[in-house]
Design a protein around this ligand. Structure first.
Ligand SMILES: NC(=O)c1ccc[n+]([C@@H]2O[C@H](COP(=O)([O-])OP(=O)(O)OC[C@H]3O[C@@H](n4cnc5c(N)ncnc54)[C@H](OP(=O)(O)O)[C@@H]3O)[C@@H](O)[C@H]2O)c1
Length: 148
């Protein structure tokens, strides 16, 4: 089973987490971390697992979903460089306005990135989501992102 680790547990992460679990991913394969209490609250509401330390979440995830505001992304990724280089998860970003090239610059060399752009209809499970693969992402990565 694929383990999904969400960094950020706000409105969009909440919608995607609920949709992922409704589509059949076991809640225990969904990990959540955030800056304050939103990850713990979403975990309590959905059965997903709260992982307080972001590096621990990355170390345990096959797919890391970046679900924080775009301006926060550089500060989130910088301290995770070592664990991202070691674990090499697929990084799925929903941050508006951050290109796959820009994301790749913030990640270790060769990191596999897919950018997804859902919309608020995700909150009722009806979002149409555009996907764009970064330079190192594979067809399998796009399929994984599509299934997420
Ligand atoms: N809303 C939309 O319609 C929409 C559509 C498409 C894409 N997006 C994109 O989705 C992303 C999230 O948007 P949103 O509306 O879900 O935002 P949101 O509700 O404000 O949630 C932001 C989340 O980021 C967490 N966070 C902030 N700083 C963090 C840090 N340093 N480390 C870990 N977590 C941190 C917050 O944690 P705490 O609450 O615990 O502090 C919160 O869980 C954005 O990049 C946005 O561009 C949004």
């Amino acid at each position: 089973m694929t383990v999904y680790g969400f960094i950020g547990a706000g409105n969009m992460a909440g919608a995607i987490v609920r949709g992922t679990i409704a589509a059949g991913t076991p809640a225990t394969d969904v990990l959540l971390t955030s800056a304050h209490d939103s990850a713990a609250r979403l975990a309590q509401a959905t059965g997903a697992r709260h992982v307080p330390v972001a590096a621990d979440l990355v170390a345990a995830s096959d797919v890391v979903v970046l679900a924080v505001k775009p301006h926060v992304v550089p500060g989130v990724l910088a301290p995770l460089a070592d664990v991202l280089a070691a674990r090499r998860p697929l990084v799925l970003s929903i941050a508006a306005g951050l290109s796959t090239e820009r994301l790749a610059e913030m990640l270790p060399p060769g990191a596999r990135v897919v950018r997804a752009m859902p919309n608020m209809a995700a909150t009722v499970g009806q979002s149409m989501t555009a996907l764009a693969a970064g330079p190192a992402a594979t067809d399998t990565d796009l399929e994984t992102a599509d299934a997420s």
